[in-house]
Design a protein around this ligand. Structure first.
Ligand code: 5GP
Length: 125
């Protein structure tokens, strides 16, 4: 599989500091920031700093250090906002869209972390 990456996508611009963001957590390999159009009281996006378009691209080509850092940063956001079941927010949902069928708008891997309300069924269609 020959993976591609568009360096002009909006999250690449955020990583280069060309567009501002509301940072939640930044680590060596990962950035977590607030979604500009939140779908729930908590809506954080977590992106790797490396140039990966999709989850499958990241899983295939990222280093173990990047993958561990990405996973642990998601956990750190869950901890920071008290999202785990039994904590204040009583649970959360992770969403990773990929490609046209997955309706991925921004072609840089991002995990949505949603919480703060009962989120409804996973899929409507
Ligand atoms: P997707 O549909 O690709 O899974 O999700 C893209 C997400 O990026 C959407 O939830 C959208 O609100 C968010 N988004 C798009 N542009 C920006 C931006 O410039 N800044 C931030 N913080 N979020 C953005």
């Amino acid at each position: 599989m020959a993976y591609q990456y568009d360096t002009q996508n909006i999250f690449a611009k955020i990583l280069r500091g060309e567009i501002p963001n509301k940072t939640v957590i930044e680590t060596e390999h990962t950035l977590a920031f607030e979604d500009i159009a939140p779908q729930a009281p908590v809506h954080v996006l977590v992106i790797p700093k490396g140039p990966y378009q999709t989850w499958d691209h990241f899983a295939a080509e990222a280093s173990e250090a990047e993958i561990v850092d990405y996973t642990r940063t998601i956990q750190a956001v869950v901890n920071q906002f008290d999202l785990a079941p039994g904590d204040d927010r009583e649970g959360y949902r992770l969403i990773v869209n990929a490609g046209e069928a997955g309706i991925q708008e921004v072609p840089h891997l991002h995990t949505h972390i949603l919480s703060g309300r009962v989120l409804g069924r996973m899929l409507r269609d």
